[in-house]
Design a protein around this ligand. Sequence first.
Ligand code: DLL
Length: 433
Amino acid sequence: MKILDEKIECISSEGMRSLQLERLQRLVEYLTKNSQFYQGKLEETGVAAGDIRELSDLTRLPFTVKADLRDNYPFGMFAVPMREIAEIHASSGTTGNPTVVAYTKKDIELWSMVMARAISIAGGTPDDIVQNAYGYGLFTGGLGVHYGALELGASVVPISSGGTKRQLKLMHDFGSTIITCTPSYALFMAEEAREMGYDPRKSPLKVGILGAEPWSDNLRREIEAAWDMTALDIYGLSEIIGPGVAQECPYKNGLHIFSDVFLPEIIDPVTGRVAEEGESGELIITTLTKEAMPLLRYRTGDIVTISHGTCECGRTLPRISKILGRTDDMLIIRGINVFPSQIESVLLQVEGARPHYQLVVDRIRGLDTLEVQVEVGEELFSDEIKQLQGLKEKIRKEIESVLALVVDVKLVEPKTIARSMGKAKRVIDRRSA
Ligand code: DLL
């Protein structure tokens, strides 16, 4: 398979470190000159541009957190005048101010470049037809993939999310070879296809570039079997650029992170201690070359492990694991820490459970409870009660043995759990209500 940017994607570790250091020094100088926000922060921390002499000096720099973006709503984080801003995106902002992010023209070029790399790492070439079913608009998924597909020279169908019947018709008629959407939407589309009497395994799709929400390897297997395609993970977040921060290759050995432009660190989210190779921690990213809104040591809240060393695909870019959870979506149930994706992983190993589930957390008489609602196949519902009871018990026991957590299991009929065209809502927490 051709490597798009071999000089960077296969660079030696010394080469990468010296590139990162040079860019980091330039970044701190740039921020000292251009960003009012960072001028204040750097002054508080007592670090000047000249103090960054080696890469390990990175840890002397201050963290940036989401609240900084909210507090400086709407444009307080910008490091360039408005006339240089080319594009502005914002989160949906269900609570309080939305998070605003902005790009100069050069930032859009950077976004196009990293997204072209991502599609290429997934196996995409100019011969592919990319059906882009991420939402277009203020969400960064749609436009990010779009720019990358253009940069790579592929053909892009900007269909956006939703309109499932039309998705399936155009996919078939156009011969789309790559689908880009959330994993939950890929699953839902396969379900709809079957209902329309169309076998998704016969679709022209070869690869799915799926992300924007957590998903387990077991869900990957479901999606791959449903579509008879390779399903690969893509990671990113609006604050850093959007999609295009890290991308899994067909060897499925972690996601290659574009560390020439997004400098990663993994730390213990509580103590701040740097994690060892292979140890999980919070991913922190410094954007090395952005103009409009560069971020120093941004706390993504996403929990990963990182590994270095050459991948079977030939790339030397470090690899992060699939996102194991978020610092803020970890459920603490009666003192036990669980991430929704761990429950997903267990559920999908039990025969009869379908990959549609929701977790309902509540506090009853001072005690946390977790109800796992999961759909089971139609055939099971017409079966004897005894069999359903057996399945329920099996799921309960499996979760208990893997996570040491006692939960209530509720089996529900097909299509009871709401389907999602974008990010799925897996957890309903009634404790704060
Ligand atoms: O979700 C950007 C994106 C679009 C990524 C399309 C991939 C594909 P935000 O809406 O700002 O941006 O949400 C970012 O979503 O901090 C993670 O918690 C989560 N997330 C993104 N990708 C993955 C993934 C886009 N592959 C937040 N696995 C991030 C797990 C993911 N979680």
